[in-house]
Write a protein that binds this ligand. Structure first.
Ligand SMILES: N[C@@H](CCC(=O)N[C@@H](CS)C(=O)NCC(=O)O)C(=O)O
Length: 228
């Protein structure tokens, strides 16, 4: 956090009378379509954080060209969070961890070491078992025309990746039986990530397996939240 000078306007000019922390209102969120930016948007909405936004034209490939992939994110992806000192954070879990520390009210990662560890465990499980294969299943099939010029695509893997994501959903299903949220009785980053990606999956032809009744009931509860 950088400091800004507090000044008073005197007859002979401005005089510094102290310093204050530069506010979070100097942060800037690079947004676009897609489930990854949506995770952070949901995280901010649940916490009541509002930041200035820059809309990146992902379909037009703006994220893969200079200046974005030089000045903002060398990985050429969204989202990104520019901090008030001008540095840039990327990777949705890192961005959410940062926001949690800056805005600890309404904890979505956790208020204790145990809660934070549990959230990170569930977030990682959901990312690896569901989000990654679901997204790559899309990129290598329906998304192929958009993604083939951008990254190595494995169309032959698409069906297997989609099935792997459904395996992950079926694996999760009995584990959340009787729970309000993925990690128990509190809303966490794991819920927001799972919701954003399952909702995206539904929109691109990867519906939730109807046999996963606990996940479907959880999804409906999440969908009814005012923030989603
Ligand atoms: N691991 C990254 C994934 C970011 C990502 O895949 N973003 C997508 C949007 S949902 C993207 O930029 N896709 C366009 C592209 O790769 O050109 C994160 O956690 O932020």
């Amino acid at each position: 956090m950088s400091l800004i000078a507090i000044t008073v306007n005197l007859l002979d000019g401005y005089r510094e009378i102290g310093y204050a922390e530069r506010g979070e209102d100097n942060m800037k969120f690079y947004n676009s379509v897609g489930p990854n930016p949506r995770v952070v948007k949901l995280f901010m909405a649940e916490k009541g954080i509002e930041l200035p936004e820059v809309d990146v034209d992902l379909r037009g490939g703006e994220n893969r060209r200079a200046p974005y992939n030089v000045d903002v994110n060398p990985a050429g992806q969204t989202p990104a969070l520019e901090l008030d000192d001008g540095s840039v954070l990327t990777e949705i879990t890192a961005i959410c961890e940062y926001l949690e520390e800056k805005f600890p009210a309404t904890p979505l990662i956790g208020a204790s070491a145990e809660e934070r560890a549990a959230t990170r465990m569930w977030t990682r499980r959901i990312d690896l078992k569901i989000c990654e294969p679901l997204t790559n299943g899309f990129r290598f099939a329906e998304g192929l025309p958009l993604f083939e010029p951008r990254l190595r695509c494995l169309p032959e893997a698409a069906a297997g990746l989609k099935a792997t994501a459904q395996d992950g959903v079926r694996w999760l299903d009995p584990l959340i039986a009787g729970r309000e949220f993925v990690a128990g009785e509190r809303l966490t980053l794991a819920d927001l990530m799972l919701f954003a990606f399952l909702d995206f999956g539904i929109s691109v032809g990867q519906p939730i397996d109807p046999a996963a009744t606990n996940v479907i009931a959880w999804y409906e509860r999440m969908k009814a939240r005012p923030t989603t």
